[in-house]
Design a protein around this ligand. Structure first.
Ligand SMILES: CC(C)(COP(=O)(O)OP(=O)(O)OC[C@H]1O[C@@H](n2cnc3c(N)ncnc32)[C@H](O)[C@@H]1OP(=O)(O)O)[C@@H](O)C(=O)NCCC(=O)NCCS
Length: 220
């Protein structure tokens, strides 16, 4: 499913189960030595997906360890992103000279738990969600917005190397399966220009919401 959101520059893998053949490097094992079973399974399967995607772009398997603020450490010259939620795991990777940054996120296609929306949205975002709900009540727009914000953070962090709060980006979801994120915090320079926004794509299908951001280098 996730390939519907991605440009050809990214390799991807997704799964709805935890394959028994998935394995970890000893360094990765050490990271989750004391984790509960749920965390062990999602961590392991996401890396299984990542290694399969890396193989597609010609990169050998290597330990993928959580680094600064939890961001995964990719092999040199690689950008990528991982996500896991109940019943779904995915990873996308690309070569750094073809992809500047990427962020993916998956959520169940269900309403956000009570009390979360107010904590993760700006007033304008909530007003736009109301409009979208009126136009199409079959979609859980609140959860899509939340997922899109998590994708923003995952795309932002590897280039900015700093925190971005939910209040630091103003997102607009579009019914055509795209979204825009206007950054309210000064970003790093990307290709000589301050980073001010991201565009992304979303889908809601088969009980899941998936969002993805990919920033490609400017042509030429
Ligand atoms: C980090 C965060 C985005 C993860 O999202 P999540 O829905 O909880 O979990 P997911 O399963 O989708 O993603 C987890 C994966 O994200 C990746 N990740 C974690 N921290 C990251 C970071 N700082 N940068 C990039 N990727 C990160 C990791 O690969 C992690 O999996 P792993 O621990 O097995 O390696 C979320 O927990 C968080 O801290 N959010 C607050 C920041 C935010 O979203 N701001 C909004 C800006 S508009």
């Amino acid at each position: 499913m996730i390939e519907r959101l991605l440009p050809g520059e990214l390799a991807w893998r997704e799964t709805r189960t935890d394959p028994p053949e998935a394995w970890l490097f000893p360094e990765e094992e050490a990271v989750i030595a004391r984790a509960v079973d749920k965390r062990r399974r999602e961590f392991t399967t996401a890396r299984h997906c990542a290694r399969a995607a890396l193989a597609e772009i010609g990169i050998a398997a290597a330990p993928l360890l959580p680094g600064e603020r939890g961001a995964p450490g990719w092999p040199s010259g690689v950008v990528g992103s991982m996500t896991h939620c109940a019943g779904y795991r995915a990873a996308v990777v690309g070569l750094a000279d073809a992809v500047l940054t990427t962020g993916i996120d998956a959520e169940p296609h269900e309403p956000l738990p009570d009390g979360v929306l107010g904590a993760v949205t700006l007033d304008g975002e909530r007003a736009r969600i109301e409009e979208l709900l009126a136009a199409d009540p079959s979609v859980h727009w609140d959860r899509i917005l939340f997922s899109a914000k998590e994708s923003v953070y995952k795309a932002w962090f590897p280039i900015a190397r700093e925190w971005l709060g939910f209040e630091d980006a103003d997102l607009t979801l579009h019914r055509d399966g795209t979204f825009t994120a206007h950054l309210l915090k000064t970003g790093p320079e990307v290709e000589g220009v301050p980073l001010t926004s991201f565009t992304g794509r979303w889908l809601a299908d088969e009980g899941l919401i998936i969002t993805a951001i990919t920033r490609l280098p400017k042509a030429g």
